[in-house]
Design a protein around this ligand. Structure first.
Ligand SMILES: [Zn+2]
Ligand SMILES: [Zn+2]
Length: 228
């Protein structure tokens, strides 16, 4: 038996508790790639949108690794606070891919349009950078700041560039519930309380909230909306 949750906070301890509870309740835990290739049921799908730090995502991945499960981690190539090719981050990405985690592109096409580039050119450029860093094919993408998108890419534009699935695709959502922690609010409720209520749960986390407990939500929102 695992210990009951002390509090539904945004700590790594609680994240660890959530994973163990899901496994104990009979859920398979999969990355989007694993589910795309071989869907299991009941299932908890793990997705991380990395807005400000690959190291934060790495800490959550270490917890997942210890639990014997994998997630999909979407990273940006335009972030002001991290460089995927910095020594530390590159090492982290190498470890993640070696251990079977999926790295996808957290793209910014349509959110921060670049003058003189078409959306397709922007997506191609972001994808080229990430593929070069990882030295492997990138199969998945999600959009950064989805509520602020002024141009939405359609599935054929992704497919043309080799992206096989979008993180919010119906495949991952249909017949299930979507849990998000945007603006440090667990919606519809903490994942630990959703377990057992649905046979399929897609969990989307932003690792910054689980690692920087004192971060000011409004400050972070305006920092990201500023294009950083
Ligand atoms: Zn909880
Ligand atoms: Zn984002």
């Amino acid at each position: 038996m695992i210990e009951e949750a002390s509090a539904c906070d945004f700590s790594l301890e609680h994240y660890d508790f959530i994973l163990k509870k899901a496994l104990q309740e009979g859920y398979s835990i999969q990355s989007l790639e694993q589910y795309f290739d071989r869907p299991l049921d009941p299932v908890l799908l793990l997705r991380h949108d990395v807005d400000v730090s690959i190291q934060y995502a790495g800490r959550m991945a270490e917890i997942e690794h210890r639990a014997g499960v994998r997630s999909t981690i979407f990273i940006r190539v335009h972030a002001a606070e991290y460089n995927p090719f910095s020594r530390q981050n590159y090492q982290c990405l190498r470890w993640l891919t070696d251990e079977g985690f999926e790295i996808g592109l957290h793209h910014e096409v349509g959110v921060f349009p670049l003058p003189g580039s078409t959306p397709r050119e922007q997506l191609q450029r972001e994808l080229t950078v990430l593929t070069a860093v990882l030295e492997r094919k990138v199969r998945a993408a999600t959009v950064h700041l989805p509520k602020h998108v002024r141009y939405t890419l359609d599935p054929s534009e992704f497919a043309d560039l080799g992206i096989e699935y979008e993180g919010g695709a119906a495949l991952f959502n249909e017949g299930g519930v979507f849990m998000s922690d945007s603006n440090r609010l667990k919606k519809p409720e903490c994942l630990c309380r959703m377990l057992g209520k649905a046979p399929k749960i897609l969990s989307t986390t932003h690792p910054v909230w689980w690692n920087r407990v004192d971060e000011d939500v409004d400050r972070m929102r305006s920092f990201l909306l500023g294009g950083n």
